[in-house]
Design a protein around this ligand. Structure first.
Ligand code: GLN
Length: 464
């Protein structure tokens, strides 16, 4: 049952809020010790008590899981890092405040790669999350806790964040729906910054219609985030209908179906094309030749922004502080102990890329390539309505399998280009490869979430 089916049976009196919460906690008792999707959890009795007063609101007191890089006033916010230990923010992120205003409650905070840097949730100071479909495998990342909680039915739905793929890739690996909105569609106020020009708040859900509902609730202008677009909120549920694929032109980039893709994965892509055609869509091959430059471009820009954003963790203002004779020693000791290896790698990379003498050679060049990638998508969208392909090149890999950072980074090759271009995209369950979930990704032009969700909904119906 998805969130909306649960809401309907609650409204019809077939189930009580207390029964819903008990059944979520039954799944948590059964699976959480092994999966470790959550870093912190609400008290279920408190949720039942507080939920009574929310009965009249759209989400009627239902709990939603929140990725732990989104600020919440009633839980610590850790970002999966030791450096924030003891940090208790006094406010809510805008997206969290909007969910609460709609009658949701915070179920708990979900595990993530430290500061959202990663694709497996193995880089968390709290230990890895495991994939509910096979606990020897990763759930993807960095929103791996949110994806695993939804897939294991420990949560009805969750918020995540997507900088370069962190909502879509874990959704694909865990077999749930993951929506990344247009950059600027949802306020970043209270999202702990990783790479500010790329960070977005997204949704992990059991169905496309739940993703549409939750996006409708969290989107909209916010004076506290200057990059949040001044567009009125929309009701994306109105975009969902069976006939949404009829007459659409869908482009499948040949760079997204490379020879390295397994035969089973290629067969699934063929199946998706056939299903879309049966629904009245025209499916054509397109080419996005700049795809191969997205990975180096992303890692230069994201690391450069991260090195600047993470400078604020200096032992003075937040969380951890280790002793040191002078202030500089205190800061060095705190940052050495507080950050994990991957975060340190990115800070080092980013600081180098921004350093005097190299700035234009690396960061400046990456910015120009980013513009070209965005233009390449714009040109493609003059020919097609939507772009379709796999979300990630492989299904879930084993814990410890990708020790080499480049191997890890490659699991985002199909999500990075659209992230650089600020485009909305969604991953829906597309079938199985090697007995594991494999995600279908749709990418839309800027601000075309309605079209994106409509097509995803229609494909979800026929994929079964
Ligand atoms: N896996 C990518 C990275 O490590 C994307 C992360 C994200 O979207 N937060 O940067």
């Amino acid at each position: 049952m998805d969130l909306q089916a649960t809401l309907n049976s609650l409204r019809e009196g077939n189930v009580s809020l207390s029964q819903i919460i008990v059944s979520l906690w039954e799944a948590i008792e059964r699976r959480e010790e092994e999966l470790r999707a959550f870093i912190s959890l609400a008290d279920p009795d408190q949720l039942v008590r507080d939920g009574e007063e929310l009965a009249g609101l759209p989400l009627a007191g239902l709990p939603i899981a929140i990725k732990d890089n989104l600020i919440t006033r009633d839980f610590p916010t850790t970002c999966g890092s030791k450096i924030l230990s003891g940090f208790r923010p006094p406010f809510d992120a805008t997206c969290v405040a909007r969910l609460r205003a709609a009658g949701a409650q915070v179920q708990g905070k979900t595990n993530l790669d430290e500061f959202a840097m990663g694709s497996s949730t193995e880089h968390s100071a709290f230990g890895p999350t495991r994939n509910p479909h096979d606990p020897e495998r990763v759930p993807g990342g960095s929103s791996g806790g949110s994806a695993a909680a939804v897939a294991a039915e420990e949560a009805l739905a969750a918020l995540g964040t997507d900088t370069g793929g962190s909502v879509r890739q874990p959704a694909a690996l865990c077999g749930v729906v993951g929506l990344r909105p247009t950059y600027g569609r949802v306020s970043r106020w209270g999202l702990v910054a990783f790479a500010s020009s790329l960070d977005t708040v997204g949704v992990l859900a059991r169905s496309v219609r739940d993703a549409a509902l939750l996006l409708s609730l969290i989107a909209g202008p916010d004076p506290r985030d200057a990059t949040c677009l001044p567009l009125p909120p929309e009701n994306y549920l109105e975009s969902l209908g069976e006939g949404a694929l009829d007459g659409l032109r869908i482009g499948v980039p040949k760079e997204y179906v490379p020879a390295e893709l397994s035969p089973a994965a290629r067969a699934l892509v063929d199946r998706w094309c056939a299903l879309a055609r049966e629904q009245g869509a025209e499916v054509v091959e397109i080419s996005l030749p700049l795809t191969e430059y997205a990975l180096p471009t992303y890692y230069l820009i994201a690391s450069a922004e991260a090195s600047a954003n993470l400078a604020r963790y200096d032992g003075v203002r937040y969380g951890l502080r280790l002793p040191g004779e002078q202030v500089a020693q205190m800061m060095a000791a705190t940052r050495t102990a507080g950050f994990g290896r991957e975060v340190k790698r990115r800070i080092a990379l980013g600081t180098f890329a921004l350093s005097a003498g190299y700035y234009d050679q690396y960061y400046g060049k990456a910015q120009r390539v980013r513009t070209l990638i965005a233009r390449e998508f714009q040109a493609a969208f003059r020919e097609v309505d939507l772009i379709m392909g796999p979300t990630s090149p492989t299904p879930a890999f084993r814990l410890g399998e990708k020790e080499d950072p480049i191997a890890m980074y490659l699991s985002d090759v199909f999500t990075l280009p659209s992230a650089l271009a600020g485009l909305p995209a969604i991953s829906i369950p597309g079938g199985e490869v090697e007995g594991l979930p494999f995600g279908l990704q749709l990418i839309a032009p800027r601000l075309a979430e309605g079209k994106l969700l409509g097509a995803a909904y229609a494909l979800e119906q026929v994929l079964g």
